[in-house]
Design a protein around this ligand. Structure first.
Ligand SMILES: [Zn+2]
Ligand SMILES: [Zn+2]
Length: 386
């Protein structure tokens, strides 16, 4: 199915503010909420679609990626996407997202009971999302890089395989709700009898209870651990870009699914280059005679070196541009440039011989300012060893 534009989905303009986005989503979500449209698949799809759009547009970083690269940016190539398999938003994710932002405060719950909460539909609770920062060098950014990182996170307890029960014991069906995870309460109001369905407080809506908790995780089903994760960074990323890795956050309690991990790029300072967008700038010292006579020099580049021709008569501060030697554009097409700023270095210590030569030069300049005297300059260059 062709994905619709998120702004179209929510019926808002591309410069809509956070409040407009929230308002528009609330309207759509209330209209298409599954509890209001039981069994209506179209409404369910619309609910999911609106929630997905909202989840992206309410997040400044995700929104920026979407504005720049569209759906492609959020799912393709691993960059800024939602992990392998793209942005697969299922109904329980959508309901959870909705309840997270609109769970209380405007009477939704009292309208529908808490049947819209994720407990009944989503099963066990999901673990926390984690975020880590990772430094990349400009060379790594230029080539694109795969990194293996070690992430401290809550992992499933080995002893009990995550279910929280001491070995030899098992989960028991909750006697309070007979495993349904729900309880019904009936109250009398002036409108007549009202029935409310809420999650069972005894088993927290899971329908199962632990008889004897596992000693290693105290029945929580998870322990502190470390996981090695491989993350691929495409060429051209910059500070603040992030790679989401699905299911690599903390696992949920008692077998609950894991949250996501966001790996945020931080650019390391480079000894030779500073980055300006996708261009890089470096400074290159040249001698007095190189500037006057011209020369062919080698300057560092992000991948290898560049042969640079210094024309005769180059002034200090002149900038040379080497096309396509900068950072690759993130969209995969082309690269920025390398800008080389040459600085003429005036020698601050001279040998007696050099002093003599400069003295001669000064005399020459007085009488015939800088007329090419090849043999003389050649000699000067040799003397200065450049
Ligand atoms: Zn355990
Ligand atoms: Zn129960």
């Amino acid at each position: 199915m062709e994905k619709r534009d998120y702004y179209d989905v929510l019926d808002i303009s591309r410069d809509a503010g956070d409040d407009d986005i929230k308002k528009a989503y609330r309207q759509k979500a209330l209209k298409y909420h599954p509890d209001k449209n039981p069994g209506d698949k179209t409404a369910e799809e619309k609910f999911k679609e609106a929630t997905e759009a909202y989840e992206v547009l309410k997040d400044a970083q995700k929104r920026q990626v979407y504005d720049q690269y569209g759906h492609q940016g959020l799912s393709g190539g691993g960059f800024g996407g939602f992990g392998a398999g793209g942005f697969g938003f299922d109904l329980s994710d959508a309901l959870r997202a909705f309840m997270q932002d609109f769970g209380g405060g405007f009477g939704f719950e009292s309208m529908f009971g808490d049947s819209g909460s994720s407990r009944r539909r989503g099963g066990p609770q999901k673990g926390r999302d984690l975020q880590i920062r990772l430094e990349l060098t400009l060379e790594e950014i230029t080539g694109g890089v795969e990194k293996t990182i070690s992430v401290k996170r809550l992992v499933a307890c080995d002893t009990c395989s995550g279910n929280g029960c001491e070995s030899g014991t098992n989960l028991k069906t909750c006697p309070r709700c007979n495993g349904s995870g729900q309880q019904q309460t009936v109250s009398r109001t002036i409108l007549g009898q009202m029935m409310r369905v809420t999650s069972c407080p005894y088993c927290n809506g899971t329908g199962q209870i632990i008889e004897k908790p596992c000693l290693d995780c105290a029945g929580n089903g998870r322990v502190r651990g470390k996981t090695k994760i491989k993350v691929k960074f495409p060429a051209g990323v910059s500070s603040g870009n992030y790679i989401p890795v699905r299911n690599s956050g903390d696992v949920g309690p008692r077998g609950g699914p894991a949250g996501d991990l966001m790996v945020v790029v931080e650019e390391k300072d480079h000894p030779n280059f500073t980055r300006h967008g996708d261009d890089i700038v470096c400074e290159q010292a040249i001698s007095f005679s190189q500037a006057a006579l011209g020369d062919q020099i080698e300057v560092p580049a992000l991948d290898g070196r560049i042969d640079l021709k210094i024309p005769a008569g180059t002034q200090s501060g002149k900038i040379f541009r080497s096309r396509g030697k900068g950072i690759p554009h993130l969209n995969g097409y082309g690269r920025g440039d390398e800008l080389i700023r040459v600085l003429v270095i005036t020698p601050n210590k001279l040998t007696t011989e050099e002093k003599e030569l400069f003295g001669q030069l000064a005399k020459h300049q007085k009488h015939r300012p800088l007329r090419a005297d090849k043999s003389f300059f050649e000699k000067l260059r040799e003397t200065l060893g450049v």
